[in-house]
Design a protein around this ligand. Structure first.
Ligand SMILES: O=C(O)CCC(=O)C(=O)O
Ligand SMILES: [Fe+2]
Length: 244
């Protein structure tokens, strides 16, 4: 239609699935999304990252990256093809269209086998080394998308500071067997995602966004992080964009 700029996608149309959103919390902003990724997109992400996973790193207080018992998963960066760009566009549109693509970190897949977990942490940083202008400052928001669950038990995403919901309809997405004191645990339902805002209006990190990937007690879990920074990442960290 006149006035609408269509981005050419080299033969592959970017069609967004009709996902459903459920507002979980207003402060911090936490939104549960059903059917954020299609089955084809999920298989594609698994195909293009096959054999590329390595032990996940975490940063300590000094910003030093290393391997710790607090994060025992394997992870990898997803190469940016037309399907991945389509998922990026969806994540940006979800946040209101204003954020340029350059504010997105490369998408990260995280694989957990039985016994693996990611201890309580925030996705936002406190050490200046981890939020330089080269990496676009701090992490404004996070999507954790569930990509696959093979005979999975455990492995939910737990937010201990958030209140568990009252309405039973949440039990489709939330572990309603968790004791009330544990906060909320989102169930790893493939295709679904949890979105939250990490930073307050003044740019400070919101401590209430602390969360964990609970131990996988059997089977396997594959998830994906989509992190949006406050500003653009340099080409060194984000890689080259052919189109914007
Ligand atoms: O595995 C999960 O459920 C959460 C993972 C996570 O929080 C992260 O990778 O930053
Ligand atoms: Fe996280």
């Amino acid at each position: 239609s006149p006035g609408l700029q269509q981005v050419p996608l080299k033969g592959k149309e970017c069609v967004h699935p009709p996902y459903t959103i459920h507002l979980f919390s207003k402060a911090p902003l936490v939104i549960y999304i059903s059917n954020f990724l299609t089955t084809d997109e999920r298989s594609h992400l698994q195909d293009v990252t096959k054999g590329t996973f390595a032990r996940s790193a975490v940063a300590d207080e000094s910003g030093e990256e290393g391997h710790r018992q607090t994060r025992t998963s394997q992870s990898t960066t997803v190469p940016r093809d037309s399907i991945v760009r389509c998922i990026e566009s969806r994540a940006l549109a979800f946040q209101g269209f204003e954020i340029p693509r350059s504010h997105l970190e490369p998408l990260q897949l995280v694989q957990y086998s039985s016994g693996e977990k990611y201890h309580l942490h925030t996705d936002w940083f406190e050490s200046p080394e981890r939020m330089t202008s080269e990496v676009g400052g701090n992490r404004l928001s996070s999507f954790f998308v569930y990509i696959a669950a093979g005979n999975l038990t455990g492995g939910g995403t737990n937010f201990p500071i958030l209140n568990a919901p009252y309405d039973e309809r949440w039990c489709e997405f939330v572990d309603c067997d968790e004791p009330w004191d544990n906060g909320v645990t989102f169930k790893p339902v493939p295709g679904n995602a949890v979105f939250w805002q990490n930073l307050n209006e003044d740019g400070s990190g919101d401590p209430a966004t602390i969360h964990a990937g609970l131990p996988v007690t059997s089977g396997s879990k594959l998830g994906m992080n989509i992190w949006t920074r406050q500003g653009p990442l340099s080409e060194k960290f984000r890689g080259r964009d052919e189109e914007t």
